[in-house]
Design a protein around this ligand. Structure first.
Ligand code: ADP
Ligand code: GLC
Length: 496
């Protein structure tokens, strides 16, 4: 079975969030299960030079985009049993940042979708399944279905579309999409890609993929409703026959406190002395008072509304009324940057803040903090809570999406669970839950027991990779019956 991933980010080459981690680790896990796997992504300017130097130019071709022809270079490299294809076009991917704004963003990824499909006859990798991820790749299933399905080499290719975050939908002017890609007018209806008068790349993926998946079982249910459906709940209920929820995994060998070379000292569930050393080093690095006994709450997060930062803002001073320290690493919206910078000023020695992306520091926080606070408003899966648990850092989360699926709350009566969680999006519910965690932190034996439990959980890719393999097989077996199914469908329709 051959799987080609198409995505807008992939670690270690380029990453802005969890999508990059998933596309950076799932392919290798599938390869370990025997699949042939490749990944295609844009060759952004921001990819570090060492990786660019490792790429081999393979070929180039021209992509028809409206009345223009655009250059597309293909460069490759091999890593961990996976082949990576980088699509090169300076005009679209030569800018300072991975993502941008405005209609040009739509044109960039319209180009990418077209170029991925056009590259298939040239790259020497003929996929059975094209696995698309998020809105940036949403037009691939649409184009494949409406423009390529009868062309030699494309007839049997199936598509899987994974929603990593329904909140980002890629909505652009229809005239642009139609003119650039020649998308049929018939697709511009509310039950296909029309969305409040514009064209939605997300709807294109949801509607035309052979299988839709999302990154946790709970989020799969949530997005079909109105609260988390981002104005697409009804569309998902009526137009998508199934949304499979397959939980993300993390790379257990990369995130391993026993061997991680990027932390102050290694440690394991039997001996936490190394974790204490990590905490002391983190306090020093972030300008926090050197005190091992004070509970240290870590946050590693994009600074956006999704992450529940409004709850933190609401009770910020109440949190610091308690005897705690906080270490925050984040980047994103101005108002949250201002909030935490103000916090660092207001509580010197107790609130340490680093604004920006910093992979090394993220690990040092996962290893050195006692708790990880993640009160998300919604969370398709969330990786940071899983990484934190690997390092014996107990999560305090809101019960939504993948947080509900990965964090079993501690129940002191039955002595089960290893984290702390609350249900309502309410700042005082969060504060109460922080207080519960602080209470148990004071009970060293209990805390260590919960840490050991969290560290014993397996959040690796093993079982989820098997689920993906099953999903691909299902989609491919459907392939042979599609024509019959269509026939049966229309016969039923006639009978009615
Ligand atoms: P999301 O994709 O919604 O941002 P996830 O929890 O799925 O959330 O994944 C976030 C990933 O990005 C994790 O690997 C996390 O460590 C990383 N990350 C988030 N913010 C930063 C930052 N400021 N610096 C370094 N890594 C970060
Ligand atoms: C998105 C989601 C996050 C998820 C990640 C990887 O960025 O916000 O919850 O873990 O994608 O699927």
């Amino acid at each position: 079975m051959k799987i080609l991933f198409a995505a807008s980010e992939c670690a270690p080459f380029i990453k802005t969030g969890g999508l990059g981690d998933v596309v950076g680790t799932l392919p290798a896990a599938l390869a370990a299960q025997g699949a042939g796997v490749a990944v295609v992504l844009p060759k952004y300017r921001g990819i570090p030079r060492e990786w660019k130097r490792a790429m081999h130019p393979r070929l180039s071709f021209y992509v028809n985009l409206g009345w223009r022809k655009q250059y597309c270079g293909v460069e490759t490299l091999e890593r961990g049993g996976v082949t990576y294809f980088f699509l090169d076009n300076e005009h679209y991917f030569g800018g300072e940042s991975v993502y941008g704004k405005g209609e040009f963003e739509g044109e960039r990824f319209a180009f990418f979708c077209r170029a991925v499909l056009e590259s298939l006859p040239h790259i020497g990798f003929a996929p059975d399944v094209l696995h698309c991820n998020d809105w940036q790749t949403g037009l691939i299933p649409l184009l494949l279905n409406t423009q390529y399905s009868n062309l030699p080499g494309y007839e049997r290719v199936k598509t899987v579309f994974t929603v990593h975050n329904l909140a980002y939908q890629g909505v652009f002017e229809w005239a642009g999409v139609r003119d650039l890609l020649g998308v049929d007018e018939a697709c511009f209806t509310p039950d296909a890609i029309e969305f409040f008068g514009k064209a939605s790349f997300m709807k294109a993926g949801l509607k035309f993929a052979d299988l839709v998946t999302t990154v946790s079982p709970t989020y799969a249910k949530e997005i079909a409703g109105d609260e988390f459906g981002e104005n697409l709940g009804a569309f998902i209920r009526y137009q998508v026959r199934e949304v499979a929820g397959i939980l993300n995994g993390i790379d257990n060998s990369d995130y391993d406190p026993k061997t991680d070379g990027g932390i102050e000292a290694n440690f394991c569930a039997e001996d936490f002395s190394g974790k204490q050393a990590c905490k002391r080093a983190l306090q020093e690095e972030m300008g926090l008072n050197p005190d091992e006994t004070v509970p240290l709450i870590g946050m590693v997060t994009r600074l956006t509304e999704q992450k529940g930062l409004d709850l933190v803002e609401c009770v910020f001073e109440d949190i610091f009324f308690r005897d705690v320290q906080m270490a925050l690493l984040g980047s994103g919206e101005r108002k949250y940057v201002d909030l935490f910078n103000w916090g660092a000023f207001r509580y010197p020695g107790r609130c340490g803040v680093y604004i920006g992306m910093n992979e090394g520091l993220s690990r040092r926080i996962f290893a050195g903090a006692d708790m990880l606070l993640m009160p998300s408003k919604f969370e398709p899966c969330g990786l940071t809570q899983m990484i934190a648990m690997r390092y014996g850092t107990l999560p305090i989360v809101r019960e939504t999406g993948g947080l509900a699926d990965t964090v079993a709350p501690y129940n002191e009566y039955e002595d089960t669970g290893y984290g702390f969680s609350f249900t309502n999006f309410n700042a005082h519910d969060m504060l109460f839950t922080v207080d519960r965690a602080l209470g148990f932190y004071g009970d060293r034996a209990t805390w260590a027991r919960l840490q050991r439990r969290a560290m014993a959980m397996d959040f690796g890719w093993g079982s989820s990779a098997r689920e993906y393999m099953g999903a691909y097989e299902k989609v491919l077996s459907r392939a042979q019956t599609t024509a019959e199914e269509r026939y049966a469908g229309s016969a039923e329709e006639e009978q009615r």
